[in-house]
Design a protein around this ligand. Structure first.
Ligand SMILES: [Zn+2]
Length: 388
């Protein structure tokens, strides 16, 4: 079993978290008051009860519907900036050292009325503000490691942004977002835009529709990922891989249904951004114990662990690690291997990835031996030391 103290302080890599699913309910309530938005609840507690989805409620579409409750508050550049800031702060509190945050400009434009360049800038500004706060206490007892990073001249966190194109958006909307992404590349946003994602219910559109947009972004140097193989079929994954040629796949847990597909994912070195809690809540798997994570790892696939929508699920990345340690018996070494998979598959520049690897994922041999000799009881203290 992995103890919470170890999991909480363990340096992590997270590549799959949605800004729209990362809104803290308390922040939604506060921003609704300041922006005069009626959330339709008389008091905070009844709002929070409706805004949190802690267990299955009837499938993916119902969960997406619940997310719409808090999304209403993303009605201005200031609100979008604040939520982006908090998403990065929350990642820092979970000791995430390299973080990719994704957001859907089409959704944010609909709620806020802002144009796409304004949205990209607001998210980037909020993320940059959190990155600049190296020494701030970002969670109970979690500030020490960030202060430690600052003392060594390292940022507490490295961040890249991903734009999610929606399968349900009209094609001209997605084309306009891609145009804004390409233009932003030359504007040097304070936190860079590094990739594109395809989101929304996979039954609604064929990947062929998006192949041209993915090609133009790939040619411009953006990383590519797409939600696929979650509540659909192995055939959907095949088409996604062939038509979009993504470097990563959001979830992809149905790959195991087809051994040839597993071989193809391994051959192309496609990384799977997995989120066990989310997969259970959206009913992609019948139970947490029944999640194929251990089998994906045994198949030799590159798999990472992600929180997906922590604001909606009332969870966090450390909670997810703790759950996986408890249910699947994943060890500290397993988590390190998983994080190194994710780090190698990040869309951030190689020099940034190398810097994070050197700072947080190199355990000096002597300390490694001590940790093994002293057993799990002492591992927490050694784990803190291993970040030197
Ligand atoms: Zn997702």
């Amino acid at each position: 079993m992995v103890r919470r103290v170890i999991v909480g302080d363990m340096p992590k890599i997270e590549l799959h978290r949605h800004l729209e699913g990362g809104i803290r309910p308390a922040t939604a309530w506060k921003l609704a008051q300041t922006q005069n938005i009626d959330l339709g609840f008389a008091d905070y507690l009844s709002f929070e009860t409706a805004a949190l989805v802690r267990e299955p409620i009837g499938g993916l579409d119902k969960v997406i519907g619940a997310m719409a409750l808090t999304r209403k508050i993303l009605a201005s550049a200031a609100a979008i900036e604040e939520v982006a800031y908090e998403c990065v702060q929350d990642a820092k509190a979970d000791a995430v050292k390299l973080f990719e945050l994704r957001f859907a400009p089409a959704l944010l434009a609909k709620v806020s009325g802002l144009d796409y360049p304004e949205i990209l800038e607001a998210v980037s500004r909020g993320a940059a503000r959190a990155c600049a706060e190296n020494t701030g206490k970002v969670g109970e007892g979690k500030g020490a490691r960030n202060a430690e990073s600052a003392a060594k001249g390292l940022p507490a966190i490295e961040v890249g942004l991903i734009c999610s194109l929606r399968r349900t958006s009209p094609q001209p909307v997605n084309a306009a977002i891609v145009k804004a992404m390409l233009e932003a590349k030359s504007r040097n946003l304070p936190v860079p835009l590094v990739g594109v994602d395809l989101s929304d219910n996979e039954w609604t559109a064929d990947p062929e529709t998006f192949a041209g947009l993915f090609d133009s972004l790939r040619e411009a140097g953006f990383g590519t990922t797409a939600h696929s193989g979650l509540n659909t079929s192995a055939e959907h994954l095949w088409r996604t891989i062939k038509l979009l040629k993504p470097r990563r796949i959001g979830h992809g847990i149905l790959a195991l249904r087809d051994p040839a597909l597993v071989d193809e994912i391994r051959r192309r070195d496609i990384h799977l951004e997995v989120s066990v809690l989310s997969n259970w809540i959206t009913e992609a798997v019948p139970s947490i114990q029944g999640h194929p994570l251990p089998r994906l790892l045994q198949a030799g696939l590159s798999v990472g662990i992600n929180s997906d929508d922590p604001g909606l699920f009332g969870s966090g990345l450390s909670g997810e690690y703790e759950l996986l340690g408890r249910v699947f018996g994943l060890s500290g070494e397993d988590f390190t291997a998983i994080n190194l998979n994710a780090l190698g598959s990040s869309f951030l520049p190689k020099e940034t990835r190398d810097k994070v690897r050197k700072a947080y994922f190199t355990v000096p041999e002597a300390e490694d031996r001590r940790e093994k000799a002293q057993g799990p009881g002492k591992a927490g203290a050694l784990n803190q030391g291993s970040a030197e």
